[in-house]
Write a protein that binds this ligand. Structure first.
Ligand SMILES: NC(=O)c1ccc[n+]([C@@H]2O[C@H](COP(=O)([O-])OP(=O)(O)OC[C@H]3O[C@@H](n4cnc5c(N)ncnc54)[C@H](O)[C@@H]3O)[C@@H](O)[C@H]2O)c1
Length: 351
């Protein structure tokens, strides 16, 4: 499994040359890998990103996936395409770093996992907040609050400039696209998966002209409660349905018998355990870069596994789908129910 650098650099193909594809290409390059090709049907974009790292540009990855000097594929396309590119890359014998969320359906994510198991390849997910200092600072301070804690998160923003984010069949909306990060953090805080979900939700942007071209708009706003083992609870208020231009705001609070922790994700956090609060300011840090540097070390040096796995992605997706089902069926949904809601698309992608 480990790549021996004596046989040449770790070769990478990046699929999707948007914001995340550009980050992946540059971070692989900085980590020491050789980015062989950047692929995007929008060739001009592929060329721009490829030029940053001295790679070839292509409209589709087909020819590059069979190359012996390619060992890893970064899948950075819209979410509904993650499965097809991931499975094709794995079947070609490559390891994959796929952007989060894993997919739009559990069955699609399970097929990705099955391919990785069958071909004995690494399949990891870009839950890069694990490499954000705020993630670790929350965990460290949360441990000082005593237990059980009551957790609350508010994540709001105006309509996302990338309309695909609002497409139920594209990126799936914020409950799938954004909440996976929070669920990954809360799994550590609550030491496991929730048992049930109770949610209310809306599509605030239903009538907005900016989204008129989207046939099936994703739910963009929800309030939900996750009940974890032992009756511990987390509550989430999320919306991407505010007017265009409203800035992204993310706040968490954790209350326990020994204190209160208030987090302002992009800025820092304050811990209240007595008369004098303790403040922490978030440093400048690139979690995507740290994640890829770590995956590079895992693949080339056998460093201990830290980058999220497909199982982590499936766990997060199951919670998202339980939230959407709870909204749709107006009832509490248990995580051990069958959770498969959004029908998979069958796109022509591999040319
Ligand atoms: N880790 C994070 O925090 C984070 C942040 C933002 C986005 N993401 C995820 O990354 C993925 C990409 O998001 P983005 O913000 O870079 O989007 P983007 O729109 O900037 O880029 C997506 C690119 O994929 C290309 N594409 C479209 N169809 C394709 C096809 N058939 N084959 C290959 N490429 C195709 C588009 O032309 C575009 O260049 C999404 O799954 C998103 O959820 C993760």
């Amino acid at each position: 499994m480990r790549h021996d650098l004596a046989n040449g650099p770790l070769g990478v193909v990046v699929i999707g040359a948007g914001d995340l594809g550009s980050r992946h290409a540059q971070h692989w390059h900085a980590a020491g890998a050789r980015v062989v090709a950047v692929c995007d049907p929008w060739l001009e974009r592929a060329r721009e990103v490829a030029a940053l790292v001295g790679a070839e540009a292509a409209t589709h990855p087909g020819a590059h996936l069979s190359r012996d000097d390619v060992h890893v594929v970064s899948v950075c396309t819209p979410t509904f395409l993650h499965e097809s590119y991931t499975v094709a890359a794995i079947e070609a014998g490559k390891h994959v770093l796929c952007e989060k969320p894993a997919a739009l359906t559990v069955s699609a994510a399970e097929r990705m996992k099955a391919a990785a198991e069958l071909h004995d390849r690494e399949l990891r997910l870009g839950l890069m907040r694990r490499f954000d200092p705020a993630h670790h600072e929350i965990l460290r301070r949360h441990a000082l609050l005593g237990g059980p804690t009551l957790a609350q998160a508010t994540i709001v923003a105006g309509l996302r400039p990338k309309r695909m984010m609002h497409d139920a069949r594209g990126n799936g909306g914020p409950v799938i696209d954004m909440c996976c990060h929070l669920f990954d953090l809360w799994r550590v805080i609550f030491d496991g998966q929730p048992e049930s979900v109770s949610a209310h939700g809306y599509t605030f942007a239903e009538g907005r002209s900016e989204l008129a071209s989207i046939e099936e708009k994703a739910l963009d706003s929800a309030l939900f409660t996750l009940t974890y083992p032992g009756g511990r609870v987390g509550q989430v208020q999320i919306s991407w349905g505010l007017p265009s231009g409203v800035q992204y705001i993310e706040r968490h609070s954790y209350v326990g018998p020994d204190g209160l922790l208030i987090v302002n994700w992009n800025n820092g956090m304050s811990l209240y355990r007595g008369p004098h609060p303790e403040h922490w300011d978030a440093p400048e840090h690139d979690a995507w870069r740290a994640q890829i540097a770590q995956f590079y070390r895992e693949l080339t040096e056998g460093a201990p596994r830290q980058v999220a796995t497909i199982d982590d992605g499936i766990d997060a997706l199951r919670i998202s789908l339980a939230v959407l089902r709870s909204v749709a069926e107006r009832r509490e949904v248990r995580l051990d129910e069958e959770l498969e809601r959004i029908p998979p698309l069958e796109p022509e992608v591999l040319g």
